[in-house]
Write a new protein. Structure first.
Length: 159
């Protein structure tokens, strides 16, 4: 597998964009690691890195302030579509996210968006079930102090 381009597909708002400035730092059959700058300027963070766990439906990101200090970990529940012929990876953000702050506090967000997407049939029943199972898996890792397994690919590259 040789991924050269990554697309982000969102349900709310409906869009699919090429992450043209993301730099792929590592890839294999299980993960893709990227570094990036924010697409739109933010006041609280400027850049980060992400690990796409291709078999787990997770994208785990480290977000940094402009001074290089860690702001937080941000975990997206996603669905992946690989096109080996085109060398593309498209991930669909399934809306539910988990934020892990520096102090270790955990916050689950955007479940209201998941409910809205279900009500309007913007997300399928299978995608919703996958999202909820992946969210449960992620929270189980966090609550059992095993989140370091998801941090390891980024930390191992010094990101």
């Amino acid at each position: 597998m040789n991924i050269s381009q990554i697309y982000r597909k969102r349900i709310i708002p409906a869009e699919c964009i090429l992450l043209k400035d993301d730099i792929i730092a590592k890839q294999d059959d299980e993960i893709v690691v990227t570094t990036w700058n924010t697409l739109n300027p933010k006041t609280n963070f400027s850049h980060g890195c992400s690990c796409y766990f291709l078999k787990e439906g997770l994208k785990v990101s480290k977000m940094y302030r402009s001074d290089g200090s860690l702001l937080r970990w941000y975990c997206d529940i996603v669905e992946y579509a690989l096109d080996p012929d085109q060398g593309t990876l498209t991930y669909t953000d399934l809306l539910a996210d988990v934020i892990i702050h520096e102090d270790g506090s955990v916050k689950v967000v955007d479940l209201d968006e998941l409910a809205e997407a279900m009500e309007h049939d913007w997300i399928t029943k299978d995608q919703t079930a996958f999202c909820l199972r992946s969210l449960h898996h992620l929270l189980s890792l966090i609550y059992r102090d095993k989140f370091d397994r998801l941090q390891a690919p980024l930390d191992g590259l010094g990101l």
